[in-house]
Design a protein around this ligand. Structure first.
Ligand SMILES: Nc1ncnc2c1ncn2[C@@H]1O[C@H](COP(=O)(O)OP(=O)(O)OP(=O)(O)O)[C@@H](O)[C@H]1O
Ligand SMILES: [Mg+2]
Length: 392
């Protein structure tokens, strides 16, 4: 698998996190959003984390999507607990053997039997202890951070992180770095955009997608293997990459196909790539269309309303019920609307996201782009092939 390192980006973000960039707010938390499959997790794990480690920062990584059955609050606590155990394991064992119930790290008393078992209420102390014990700053990297808002324990963990940040960091000295990433800017915004939000005041940044330098690198590799293809038309290749939604996986897969000795394409491979990109775009859109039209009429109406109103969506207010009535031609009660919402949530993969405060949003931001485009082109809603749904 080809991997293109993004060292300059990692280095500048690490500078910002360490407070070396005077105009950056990153020491208060770095929030990064980019669409699905554009390389967020890879960048965090293969570029940013090693860069921070090179700078003697203790890095803790947790992916809140890794196990959707687990509460995001306990996933965060567990990751911090494990890191603490790694730092203090030996000390704690020795203390335990000597009959001590607790050890003191930088003035924080820790129960030797409980190291590694962190919960929301002790998360702040655990992070302080981790930084004290390792005598180094700590970076906590939370992938798919928007998921924290889907449970109360997750919300508590976020509040504890904010408090730990405020206790540990001072101007000129950053001891707790927080990096949170997600595929949906609107959901991440809920962590920062209201007075009650844990990271009120922070900005969500768009994580830069792979760009021209990545394409130049690929072009070089191609020429190295296939000198007969030089010079590579990088502009066309770039356009194809953009049409693939800047998603390296799909791009590389297509490249493998067009460069294969078994390929049936004639003419330049760059043009073949552009064709493949257009096909992929069509395939993605028809997948969304068939997912949408396969829903029950009321589920379609609820999803439609959510797509149309975004953050202003309220599932059961009078206007919403009126909207559902109009679209389905039936009298829709709150109970029926509730059932439709549950249906959308239980759908595999889940179509909607619900926060612990019962705020709703579409799960995949790509669906919102699809809706916006179709609505602007006057081709919304997609026609249902099935007209015989009975909504009981
Ligand atoms: N720098 C890179 N060079 C080459 N391929 C990459 C690079 N970064 C990511 N990829 C490839 O792109 C695909 C998606 O990467 P990754 O899982 O990091 O994206 P993501 O944005 O976290 O996706 P998701 O939204 O599903 O969490 C993977 O197959 C990965 O190997
Ligand atoms: Mg990811």
């Amino acid at each position: 698998m080809l991997y293109y390192p993004r060292t300059p980006l990692a280095s500048s973000l690490a500078d910002a996190l360490q407070g070396k960039d005077v105009f950056s707010d990153a020491p208060n938390g770095l929030f990064l959003a980019a669409p699905r499959r554009t390389g967020k997790s890879t960048f965090l794990q293969a570029d940013l984390m090693p860069e921070l480690q090179r700078r003697q920062v203790v890095v803790v990584y947790v992916d809140l999507w890794a196990d959707q059955k687990r509460d995001p609050g306990s996933l965060i606590a567990e990751a911090v607990g494990q890191a603490l155990l790694k730092q203090l394991g030996v000390v704690a064992k020795t203390a335990k053997l000597a009959g001590l119930d607790s050890i003191s790290v930088g003035g924080i008393k820790i129960d030797t039997s409980k190291i590694g078992k962190v919960d929301g209420s002790t998360l702040t102390d655990a992070l302080r202890a981790l930084s004290e014990a390792s005598k180094a700053p700590v970076a906590l990297v939370i992938d798919e951070a928007q998921h924290a808002l889907t449970s109360e324990a997750g919300e508590t963990a976020m509040a504890a992180l904010k408090s730990a940040r405020d206790q540990l960091n001072r101007p000129g000295e950053v001891r707790l770095m927080l990096v949170m990433s997600g595929s949906d800017r609107d959901k991440l915004l809920r962590l920062v955009n209201t007075n009650a939000a844990p990271f009120y005041g922070s900005q969500i940044h768009r994580m830069p997608e792979l760009g021209a330098d990545f394409i130049a690198h690929i072009a070089q590799l191609i020429v190295r293997q296939r000198a007969d293809l030089a010079p590579v038309n990088e502009a066309t290749l770039s356009e194809a990459f953009t049409r693939f939604g800047q998603r390296p996986q799909f791009f590389m897969e297509a490249l493998g196909q067009v460069l294969s000795p078994l390929a049936t394409n004639t003419g330049r491979f760059e043009d073949a790539m552009l064709d493949k990109a257009l096909q992929k775009q069509d395939a993605d859109e028809s997948q969304m269309e068939s997912d949408f039209t396969a829903l029950r009429p009321l589920e379609q109406a609820v999803l439609w309303r959510m797509l149309e109103l975004g953050q202003r969506f309220r599932p059961y207010d009078a206007d919403a019920l009126q909207f559902y009535n109009e679209k389905t031609g039936e009298k829709v009660t709150v109970a029926k609307a509730q059932k439709a919402l549950e249906g959308l949530r239980a759908h595999q993969p889940s179509l909607i996201w619900k926060s612990a405060r019962s705020e709703y949003a579409v799960e995949d931001a790509a669906m919102l782009r699809w809706y916006t485009q179709r609505a602007a082109a006057g081709s919304w809603p997609p026609a249902s092939p099935q007209l015989d749904w009975v909504d009981e």
